[in-house]
Design a protein around this ligand. Structure first.
Ligand SMILES: NC(=O)c1ccc[n+]([C@@H]2O[C@H](COP(=O)([O-])OP(=O)(O)OC[C@H]3O[C@@H](n4cnc5c(N)ncnc54)[C@H](O)[C@@H]3O)[C@@H](O)[C@H]2O)c1
Length: 256
């Protein structure tokens, strides 16, 4: 059986860890050549090595998605060294769990960091790869959240909810604009997924996971692997008439 992403070159941001790493490995299993981008150069290189060891093709590059000029430079390096990109997964992200009422300095720093990485970072990388994605009639997959729709009862920052709402808005706007070019733009809304992103929060506050799971019809936390199927679906021809959508992979969190 032909693999679903054969002959594609796929860029995944934040692919040194968690969901991004799982998506990169999953895309490689489906035949894509991977470009792994992460601020953590070593982690991205390790993931690329793992793909190579399994018989896949992968290159890694260091990138801080908040640095717009660096995004443009990496897009050029990728074009020169790897080839034309046809899939972009905007996954890099951070979480902060402080509300608005803490010390002003901390609240402002959370806002600036989260918006810069989780929202402006998505814009920066998309803009840098836009010409090649249009030429390839490519696919963009943005990682949203249940917080693309709602805030949560567990500790989280307004910045994170605002950024993830923004990611969904950006997804819809881009889908509307790029549809005529054959570029499809969709999002995935993961629920509570056990990754290094929330490892400290889970360790320090065991009630956090319990609160999420109690609100989740499937009755468990997710794994990074739970996001891989939706990510393959949205990048492949299986979703040829799907654009501007968000696929929730949240165990049903938003149904109750
Ligand atoms: N884990 C969850 O429960 C959950 C739920 C919903 C959405 N998400 C989203 O999924 C995405 C991935 O999260 P994860 O849980 O896999 O986290 P993670 O911490 O395991 O991985 C995030 C990766 O992004 C990289 N990164 C951070 N800042 C960066 C920057 N400025 N430039 C480039 N790379 C950067 C990190 O080095 C890391 O490798 C994020 O956008 C997150 O908001 C996660």
């Amino acid at each position: 059986m032909p693999r679903l992403l054969e002959s594609h070159i796929a860029v995944v941001t934040g692919s040194g860890s968690g969901i991004g790493r799982a998506i990169a490995l999953g895309y490689a299993r489906e035949g894509a050549r991977l470009v792994l981008l992460d601020i953590n150069e070593k982690a991205a290189a390790e993931a690329a090595r793992e793909i190579g060891d399994a018989g896949g093709k992968a290159e890694s590059f260091a990138l801080d998605v908040t640095r717009r000029e660096d995004c443009v430079a990496v897009a050029k390096q990728v074009a020169d060294k790897v080839g034309p990109v046809s899939i972009l997964v905007n996954n890099a992200g951070i979480a902060r769990r402080n509300g608005m009422t803490g010390a002003a300095e901390a609240v402002i720093k959370d806002w600036e960091d989260v918006i810069a990485i989780n929202l402006t970072g998505v814009f920066n990388v998309t803009h840098a790869f836009l010409a090649t994605l249009r030429a390839a009639r490519g696919r963009i997959v943005n990682i949203g959240s249940i917080q693309s729709f709602v805030h949560v009862r567990t500790p989280s920052s307004p910045a994170y909810t605002a950024a993830k709402h923004g990611v969904l808005g950006f997804t819809r706007a881009l889908a509307a604009e790029l549809g005529k070019d054959g570029v499809r733009v969709n999002a995935i809304g993961p629920g509570f997924i056990e990754t290094p992103l929330n490892a400290a929060a889970r360790a320090n506050n065991p009630e956090l996971a319990k609160t999420f799971v109690a609100h989740t019809p499937l009755g468990r936390a997710g794994t990074a692997e739970d996001i891989v199927g939706p990510a393959i679906f949205l990048a492949s021809d299986l979703s040829s008439f799907v654009t501007g959508s968000i696929v929730m992979a949240d165990g049903g969190y938003r149904t109750i």
